[in-house]
Design a protein around this ligand. Structure first.
Ligand code: G4P
Length: 531
């Protein structure tokens, strides 16, 4: 297969949802279609179980599983599909944001009864900002839920999307009869049996649903309702247009039940046809096209190994262009150092294995003993730095204190490496050099404490800090008089992040507003990526 064909057959995407909407179930069903697993239940649930929110032993156990499910690849109809796992738990939202920098499209799962939930809103907002093509899958149609049109409205309003349904449910819950596949012009009847088996049935073709045959298949009443609803769909929603979808301007919607493996095939068939192959990616220097022959890639995730005695980690690299070859020398741009990788891992279903070659869109896992941090770029020699792994303001802030004075070296090394992995963010207070850890969820503090002790032999304690938000300060402003005044007055609240950028730690929304109106030329940003 030629290099271009390899690129064109790849689909790298993430599934995002609020916890419990059915992401794991849908992933599993997609793998079943690809023949990558033989039975449902083979993909271990890597979400943190309900009620276990502060059980770090559980987190440790899950960490092992989530290495295996970080990338799930399978082949379907000759397309190589890479699903990048995104943790649903909100305390790990930062991980999900970073993973979104490595996907070419996403599928958003929405629970038919719960509708659009908070976590989904945040994640979709990031996708919208980045113009990532989105397909929506409304799940659990076998249960009573909201009216399909109300749901479509909700998706449009809460997620800020412009939708067009490509399938439509026939009834719901107890009355759920099946799906009309608008895209493929077919009807699929729901039997409620054979839950875990891939149904090979292609559905009954219905290019025209006004014909009386429809009444025979789904009954007079359901047929009349379906005709009315499809008429309304045609009137109200825009026609599907692939270009608009690819530009992030139109989002197709599918309905189904992942658990019952219903509506999933329609979704997958359409997905492989319309979803983008690996896209060009912007670097600080230039736009890099996936079809370029020289290899470029970037680290979007680092996973610590399970063995605490060996601090080796796995760095996940998304290949942006060219062919990644085992044992070839690549430039680690930040260190300006050539490195060779003798055992790059590729991922296939829930296994990982050493590969000789990987192509754009693929993810390779590189053994790492601390050379990589998130956002690092690899090239064949060009000085490139890929953009787009921003830090968002943490939501929790605590001082970190050394609880064992004899182990301060270990503590700092541990903190440094955990931050490179993206577990949390570290700030150093300008005034006195005290270290502050910022996290998205309270859970990370336990993870950090536990891992510092078990992997680095260091102990720490925390002290709460009443900070509402970290605001990155634009360095452009550093020279003017107003900035000097801002710095003098706010001295106690200024810190430096790990990249050396200045950060203002605001204690409330009110403070942010006041500061902005008092020092209008000092620009405050809520992510580290503003230049
Ligand atoms: P998540 O990864 O998004 O967190 O969700 P997951 O797939 O684990 O699904 C959450 C729950 O919803 C699971 O039930 C799952 O079986 C159920 N579910 C998923 N898809 C459907 C569907 O189409 N219809 C119905 N009725 N249920 C669905 P659970 O009881 O929480 O877990 P489990 O004991 O079944 O694993």
């Amino acid at each position: 297969m030629s290099f271009l064909e390899e690129i064109q057959r790849r689909r790298t995407f993430g599934i995002i949802s609020h916890p419990d909407a059915g992401k794991t179930t849908l992933t599993e069903k997609l793998l079943l279609f690809g023949g990558a697993i033989q039975e449902a239940g083979a993909v271990k649930n890597n979400k943190i179980k309900k009620g276990a929110t502060s059980d770090f032993m559980e987190i440790e156990r899950q960490r092992g599983i989530s290495v295996a499910t970080s990338v799930l690849a399978f082949i379907y109809k000759d397309k190589k599909i890479n699903i990048l796992d995104t943790p649903g738990h909100k305390d790990f939202a930062e991980d999900t944001f970073r993973t979104l920098t490595a996907v070419d499209s996403v599928i958003v799962v929405v629970d038919v009864a719960k509708g659009v939930e908070e976590q989904t809103e945040k994640l979709v907002e990031v996708c919208r900002m980045r113009k990532i093509p989105i397909i929506v899958f409304i799940n659990k149609l076998d249960r009573e839920g909201k009216d399909a049109f109300d749901l479509l409205d909700e998706v449009e309003q809460k997620l800020g999307l412009r939708v067009t349904p490509l399938s439509f449910p026939i009834g719901m819950g107890y009355d759920f009869k099946g799906i009309y596949n608008i895209y493929g012009k077919k009807i699929n009847i729901f039997s409620g049996e054979n839950k875990q088996v891939v149904t090979e049935g292609e559905g009954v073709e219905f290019t025209d649903i006004s014909v009386p045959e429809l009444d025979k298949i789904i009954g007079d009443k359901a047929a009349d309702i379906l005709r009315e609803e499809i008429e309304l769909v045609t009137e109200v929603y825009p026609d599907f247009n692939k270009e608009e979808y690819l530009n992030g301007d139109l989002q197709p919607v599918f309905f189904g039940s992942a658990l019952n493996n219903f509506g999933v095939k329609e979704l997958l068939e359409c997905f492989i046809e319309i979803a983008p192959s690996p896209q060009p990616k912007m670097s600080e220097e230039r736009l890099v096209d996936s079809k370029e022959e020289t290899m470029t890639g970037f680290v979007f995730k680092i996973h610590a190994n399970m063995d605490p005695n060996h601090r080796n980690r796995l760095a996940f690299v998304k290949i942006v262009s060219g062919t990644f070859k085992r044992n070839a020398p690549y430039l680690h741009v930040r260190h300006n150092k050539k490195l060779k990788f003798s055992s790059p891992n590729a991922f296939f279903a829930e296994k990982k294995e050493i590969v000789e070659e990987s192509f754009p869109g693929d993810i390779v896992g590189l053994q790492d003993t601390g050379t990589f941090k998130i956002g690092d770029t690899l090239t064949e020699g060009e000085n490139l730095n890929f953009k787009g792994v921003p830090s968002f303001s943490p939501e929790h802030f605590r001082y970190v204190n050394n609880a064992d004075p004899l182990k301060s070296k270990q503590l700092f090394k541990g903190l440094d490496q955990l931050m490179d992995e993206g577990v949390a963010q570290l700030f150093t207070l300008d005034l006195n050099g005290r270290k502050i850890i910022g996290t998205v969820g309270a859970l990370q503090y336990e993870v950090i404490q536990y891992r510092l002790e078990h992997e680095y032999g260091a102990k720490c304690s925390y002290e709460n800090l009443p900070v509402h938000k970290a605001c990155w300060v634009d360095p452009e402003d550093h020279k003017n008089a107003e900035f000097k005044e801002f710095k003098r007055v706010k001295q106690r609240f200024l810190a430096t992040d790990k990249q050396g950028q200045l950060v203002f730690l605001a204690d409330s929304e009110f403070t942010i507003q006041m500061t902005q109106s008092k020092y209008p030329t000092v620009k405050l940003h809520f992510t580290s990526e503003f230049q």
